[in-house]
Write a protein that binds this ligand. Structure first.
Ligand code: AP5
Length: 187
């Protein structure tokens, strides 16, 4: 049986975090929390957060923590997240991972399961160019990948050291990737 859980997807841009999170959140009936989606909605709605975030997102840089951390705290405190949640795009730095660990303790929430999606870089670039989101042009994709290697990849070690990292080959059809993630959750 699948337990109620907090699941974190790690992986570079284009690795399938959003695709997998959406399918799993639906089938497990838990909240899908995508920081990228929340920020893109704020941009569409022209909110003060959106106006500030867009400057960073268009360049492929990380949005500063002061714009994000309270947002995550509020989102994880909402009622639909009490049954379980999937985080897609957060944490993206070791500082964010430390913040999340303390926050979950404060909120008295479930221990997290971390899934790292592994996909070769040339496949990532191809997928993103084909998708064509506003930040999916070649210059921004390269910067996003560089930011990923410099600032986000260390988060993998952070969770490995805590013993809750699971690596999944994301370079397979989405259904096969979902099956592997579900297997991890049912162990
Ligand atoms: P975010 O929206 O999180 O973008 P990202 O991490 O760059 O990830 P993507 O959405 O591009 O890829 P994904 O791994 O979700 O893959 P997807 O399923 O979409 O963040 C955007 C920006 O917001 C950041 O650059 C930053 O500025 C800011 N931000 C967000 N969170 C932040 C944070 N915590 N701190 C600071 N700043 C933050 O799939 C990609 C494509 O591949 C799709 O077309 C999909 O159909 C296809 N695909 C997926 N899986 C497969 C598969 N198995 N086989 C073939 N194709 C596939």
């Amino acid at each position: 049986m699948i337990k109620t859980i907090g699941l974190i997807f790690l992986g570079p841009p284009g690795s399938g975090k959003g695709t997998q999170a959406q399918v799993l959140a639906q089938s497990l009936e838990i909240a899908h929390i995508s920081t990228g989606e929340i920020l893109r909605q704020a941009i569409t709605q022209n909110t003060p957060l959106g106006l500030k975030a867009q400057i960073y997102m268009d360049k492929g840089e990380l949005v500063p923590d002061e714009l994000l951390l309270n947002l995550i705290k509020d989102r994880l405190s909402q009622s639909d997240a009490q049954k379980g949640w999937i985080l897609d795009g957060f944490p993206r730095t070791v500082d964010q991972a430390c913040f999340l660990e303390q926050l979950l303790e404060q909120l008295n929430q479930f221990s997290e399961c971390v899934v790292n999606l592994e996909v070769p870089e040339e496949v990532l670039i191809q997928r993103l160019l084909e998708r064509g989101r506003q930040d999916d042009n070649e210059t921004t994709i390269r910067r996003r990948l560089q930011v990923y290697h410099e600032q986000t990849a260390p988060v993998i070690d952070y969770y490995r050291q805590r013993g809750n990292l699971n690596s999944v080959n994301g370079n397979r059809p989405p259904e096969q990737v979902s099956t592997s993630v579900k297997e991890i959750l049912t162990v």
